[in-house]
Design a binder for this molecule. Structure first.
Ligand code: SPV
Ligand code: MN
Length: 605
């Protein structure tokens, strides 16, 4: 590596962490690293060129409580970003990292979170140092890796990341003495993560750089947004046109399934859905045409395995299929047949349990017979088990995925899990109501997550765990940036999760294409919809339901809004928004407009 700042950074941290050796990684190292990881027992072979890994049992997901944003400016403190002053936390993390990689190789991973030539490329250059070979194998799938990306820059404009695994058994997980620290020093463009080897805790390009650092950079420069959004193209073979939709949904609520969807059979003759991204979108306005452009800064998919199957996500099944080189983490593994299984892959776990081990590595055959088929709390796979696949293996990958400019965004949608109040889709009249809607995005706690089942957890723009600066300025930046568009995207809120006594009313998955087509029709004036206090809803006959049988009463439920439930929600929103300092007046006005419309509805005869 030629860049002086890069060399100085590597020398400093190799010495600080006590690493025994330093290796610069490029994609050509993949076969050797795979051989080494197999020999070391860090991964095992899955039939036809795929690999399996188990994490430490207490290290299976991001830890929001142990994730911090640190800067020198107290004005960056928000409600959700866990802000701490840099000078307070930096010595603690450095002390924890001191000597903690002794005897290990420090891998140097130069990467780019964009296509080369992207207008945002300068914000996309990063360097991750890690003492974990499995993290390198993940990074080789999730990011564009290569020394050339750093050799190409002059000076020191790159994100510096250091990942030290730590002694995973000695970190006091979940106790007051928990020593895990995942810190983004956003105003220094420095990321220090200690105490995990899993997902976003360890792959620093993904959410530490791709979301936390990048959203801070986008705000500080005034140039762009970085959001936890999926990105999909919808191609109409009749008109020859393709529209692009970006969408924010809280973690693990179906972004990957939506982005990879295969149109239902009755619509497949006319429409094609193409994949651009399933988790992160960077957005900017091109002054040349005044449009919002977006691209996926990632190179791979780190998708939830649970419930992924041929019906929910056939494209994901191909992306992780034979010959894909994918990694599977914390699913169940059969060491005899070298197969993998996870809950929801098939309706029932394999009947012949010979050779099968659960995600913790325990033999299924050693369980009491009544638990061998799995049971709540005794699943074969972990609920946050994941597959790591390269974008190039996704069958419906858009041809535009290599376009450095990205794609023009026609619509932005938000969606959470809400069982009764949110209709299937409601279009929002303008940017301000769109931003207001994003800030009040909520999802119901499931039994597995914190909070009481059914209670709304607000997740502004689906960025709650990734916020790097305060919510008020965040809203302002959204209004200002998209406000520069001469042709701004349309906004809508979607909900696939309405229930009637526990039964999902909408079939979801591939059928989710239908409300999106309606939104595009609305944007182009082909349909009018029905005005309601919460936005424009489809008239029943406007939704293309070819090939789908839906009871008329279900359709009515899906396309209506209950003002009484919405008035309760408006009161909750008021408390939610009141937490945010410097919230733009336009957002409060949008809130008051909603309340006034709901009140008028209540008074109407
Ligand atoms: C998420 O939790 O939203 C993810 C997975 O995308 S991780 O990268 O682990 O954060
Ligand atoms: Mn995510």
């Amino acid at each position: 590596m030629k860049n002086r700042a890069v060399r100085a950074f590597v020398h400093h941290w190799a010495s600080h962490t006590g690493a025994a050796a330093v290796q610069v990684v490029s994609p050509a190292d993949e076969p050797r690293l795979i051989e080494e990881a197999l020999a070391a027992g860090e991964i095992q072979e899955v039939v036809d060129g795929r690999y399996y890994a188990r994490s430490f049992v207490k290290d299976t997901a991001r830890s929001e409580e142990r994730t911090f944003v640190a800067t020198g400016n107290p004005g960056d403190r928000g409600i959700y970003n866990n802000w701490v002053p840099s000078d307070q936390i930096r010595p603690k993390v450095e002390a924890l990292m001191k000597g903690a990689s002794a005897g290990k190789v420090m891998y140097v991973i130069p990467y780019l979170m964009a296509n080369p030539g992207s207008p945002l490329a300068k914000w996309a250059v990063g360097l991750e140092l890690t003492d974990n070979r499995l993290v390198v194998l993940h990074m080789l799938r999730m990011t564009r890796v290569g020394p050339e990306y750093l050799d190409a820059i002059e000076g020191d404009v790159f994100v510096r990341g250091v990942h030290v695994t730590g002694d995973l058994d000695q970190l006091n997980h979940g106790t007051p003495e928990d020593t895990r620290h995942f810190v983004t020093f956003a105003d220094e463009r420095l990321i220090l993560h200690f105490g995990s080897s899993y997902g976003g805790n360890a792959l620093l390009g993904k959410i530490a750089h791709g979301l936390r650092q990048a959203s801070y950079d986008g705000y500080a420069s005034g140039e762009f947004l970085a959001e936890q959004f999926m990105l999909i193209g919808i191609h109409d073979k009749e008109t020859g046109r393709t529209h692009y939709i970006a969408g924010g949904f809280p973690s693990a609520s179906g972004k990957t399934n939506l982005a990879m969807l295969v149109p239902p059979r009755a619509l497949a003759g006319r429409y094609e859905a193409t994949f651009l991204g399933d988790d992160i979108t960077w957005l900017y306005v091109d002054p040349a045409d005044g449009r919002l452009y977006g691209f996926n800064p990632e190179f791979g998919v780190f998708g939830v395995a649970k419930d992924t199957n041929e019906i929910t996500n056939p494209n994901a099944m191909k992306a992780v299929g034979p010959g894909s080189g994918s990694l599977l983490t914390n699913v169940a593994y059969n060491e005899v047949t070298k197969q993998v299984w996870w809950e929801g892959l098939t309706p029932k776990a394999p009947r012949d349990v010979a050779g099968w081990r659960d995600w913790k590595g325990d033999l299924i055959s050693s369980r009491p017979p009544e638990l061998q088929a799995g049971a709540p709390g005794h699943e074969w796979s972990h609920p946050n088990s994941r597959f790591t696949a390269r974008l190039a293996n996704v069958p419906n990958l858009s041809e535009e995925w290599r376009n450095p400019r990205g794609v023009p965004i026609d619509a932005i949608i938000f969606g959470g899990r809400v069982h009764d109040r949110e209709p299937l889709i409601r279009a929002l009249p303008d940017l301000t109501t769109g931003v207001y809607d994003g800030l009040t995005l909520g999802t119901e706690a499931t039994a597995a997550a914190e909070g009481k089942a059914g209670v709304i957890r607000y997740d502004p723009m689906s960025m709650r765990p990734f916020m790097s600066y305060a919510e008020g300025p965040y809203a302002r930046h959204w209004l200002d940036l998209i406000g520069r568009c001469r042709k701004p995207p349309v906004f809508a809120h979607v909900n696939w999760f309405q229930r009637d006594n526990g039964r999902y009313i909408w079939p979801g998955y591939a059928e989710n294409l239908r409300p999106l087509l309606w939104l595009l029709d609305l944007a182009e004036g082909r349909v009018k919809g029905v005005d309601t206090p919460v936005g424009v809803l489809p008239a029943a006959e406007e939704l293309n339901l070819d090939g789908l049988s839906l009871a008329p009463s279900d359709l009515e439920r899906l396309l209506s809004c209950d003002p009484a439930l919405w008035r309760e929600e408006a009161a909750r929103r008021e408390r939610h928004l009141a937490q945010f300092e410097k919230l733009p007046e336009e957002i409060w006005q949008a809130h008051r407009d909603l309340v006034a419309a709901l009140t008028r509805e209540a008074k109407a005869p």
